[in-house]
Design a binder for this molecule. Structure first.
Ligand SMILES: Cc1ncc(COP(=O)(O)O)c(C=O)c1O
Length: 500
């Protein structure tokens, strides 16, 4: 199951079937049914996590008790936070834990980076609502920055009319999804967890899954799908969460060219600065589809990015969507009923930190620091004889295939539960198996054998988490795995709203 016919690592065959059969067989060797796996039972007990249709005898008819309300299913982040809390994690003792699950970069100072912002002013005007498309001066700053970074010398330049400020990346995704009409929208597995709910909540678009090839969007397959499936919209993170792969250069140019043939590309570029170059001369270069757009108002490319990852300011909730100006007017309309716009004072505070010279310094520091952390984690995993099939070239995630480990720690949910006992958090791979409206059975997930490790946190915390992984794997290899797969703590009654 780990290698395709060409010998390249793959967790899903292009057509899906033969490898999937092996894969299911492989799981069945260890558990006949998910009912036999305690980690999976805990997952199923949570509201919104019941399977639909496929295993009808396990559906709990009492789950939905509020008239007219249906749980969308907790996101991976909420589920993992709840399970960590059941195992004793809290905001007060978070420093005793290693959080290799969090999708957030370290927010403190890093070597050679500009100073972190420390205060925000509150002029009286900022107490008013901001426009739903954002403060004009910030929209201008975003347009200027993209022109400076990616569009120098090109005739078609972005203006403020191509930019909509939104209160966070997920809000940007929701605003965009809310204006997608009754069309086929394709996504690839695995991708960012929130697409699962975004593609379920907005019921006009019809989500169409495809598989990544070598952990990346397959451009040739996408071209065929556009023809044969009549795709109108494609959504993808690039660089990709959780696999750490990036489409750049001529491949990205080719992908962007599809937007000139009646297909809208929604490219989530939240990790556009987290690129790990082989040559020192390239350090500081980032990747965006903005570089390959010909006409900013005619090419239907929608870029989503913001302060959350690149500026390492997830708490600010200031992000943006960039696209043709006729898209921005639609986003103004969806924003006026979905979220009402981003925080006004923080939009003003964002203007100086978008200054191109400051951005250039931040990118240099960030790429050096995160590359050091990536290399450190990969080296430690190698020393533990845990192979990383395809090391990340971008983001701060490692998509770790566990299938060579002894059962049952060779599946993501059980590995996750065992690490919680060691005060370490990782994210089980199934949460990245975008499964809108839970149409597929979890146990057949191609992401079952995976976890995502984040090297977002500071080095010392990464080492604590790696020590825990080393301990669990050592015990499993030496003493067998009888002590694994059971005795998990029950979740607390109150659902958590913490984001770990
Ligand atoms: C690919 C991707 N897009 C968007 C976001 C969301 O960003 P925000 O926290 O600003 O909503 C994330 C966060 O993890 C992400 O990984």
């Amino acid at each position: 199951m780990s290698t395709s016919n060409s010998g390249s690592p793959s967790f899903l065959s292009r057509s899906g079937t033969p490898l999937l059969r092996d894969f299911v067989h492989d799981i069945m060797k260890h558990f006949k049914h998910e009912k036999e796996s305690e980690a999976h039972q805990i997952f199923r007990e949570r509201a919104g996590h019941k399977p639909k249709g496929i295993v009808p005898d396990t559906v709990n008819p009492d789950e939905e008790t509020v008239p007219g309300i249906e749980h969308p299913g907790s996101t991976g982040v909420i589920y993992c936070s709840d399970r960590a809390m059941a195992n004793g994690f809290s905001y007060h003792n978070a420093s005793e834990w290693a959080n290799l699950g969090q999708g957030a970069p370290e927010v403190g100072p890093i070597p050679n980076a500009p100073d972190r912002p420390e205060s925000v002013s509150l002029p009286v005007g900022s107490l008013e609502y901001a426009p739903t498309t954002g403060v004009r001066a910030l929209r201008e700053s975003v347009a200027n920055l993209y022109n400076q970074m990616y569009r120098q010398g090109k005739a078609s330049q972005y203006t403020y009319e191509n930019v909509c400020i939104v209160p966070g990346g997920r809000s940007g995704l929701s605003r965009v999804a809310a204006v997608v009409s009754d069309v086929y929208c394709s996504y690839q597995i695995p991708d960012y967890t929130a697409y699962d709910q975004v593609l379920s909540a907005f019921k006009r678009l019809v989500p169409v899954p495809t598989a990544c090839h070598k952990y990346r969007l397959d451009i040739e397959q996408t071209k065929r799908d556009i023809q044969t499936q009549g795709l109108s919209v494609i959504i993808a993170s690039n660089p990709r969460n959780p696999t750490g792969q990036v489409i750049a250069g001529k491949d990205l140019k080719e992908l962007v060219s599809l937007s000139r043939e009646s297909t809208t590309l929604i490219l989530d570029e939240f990790y556009s600065w987290y690129i790990y170059h082989d040559h020192d001369k390239d350090v500081g270069k980032s990747v965006s589809s903005a570089e390959y757009i010909e006409d900013v108002n005619a090419d239907s490319v929608v870029i989503i990015d913001g302060l959350t990852k690149n500026w390492r300011l997830p708490g600010w909730r200031v992000c943006w969507v960039i696209g043709p100006k006729n898209l921005i007017t639609a986003l103004s309309q969806s924003g006026s009923f979905l979220d009402g716009g981003a925080n006004h004072p923080l939009q003003l505070a964002a203007i100086p930190i978008l200054e191109p010279a400051r951005v250039a310094a931040e990118k240099l520091a960030l790429q050096r620091h995160f590359k050091m952390k990536r290399d450190h984690v990969l080296k430690r995993l190698r020393e533990m004889h845990i192979d990383v099939d395809i090391p990340p070239q971008a983001t701060f995630y490692i998509w770790l295939n566990l299938e060579k480990l002894p059962a049952p720690i060779n599946n993501g949910l059980t590995f996750f539960e065992e690490l919680l006992k060691e005060k370490t958090i990782v994210i089980p791979g199934i949460f990245f198996d975008i499964n809108p409206a839970h149409r597929r059975n979890l146990f057949n997930s191609p992401c079952h054998h995976f976890v995502r490790l984040s090297f977002g946190p500071p080095l010392e915390e990464l080492d604590r988490g790696l020590n825990a992984i080393e301990k669990v794997v050592k015990i499993a290899r030496k003493e067998g795995t009888k002590r694994f797969g059971h005795s998990y703590k029950k979740s607390l009654d109150s659902a958590s709203d913490h984001q770990i």
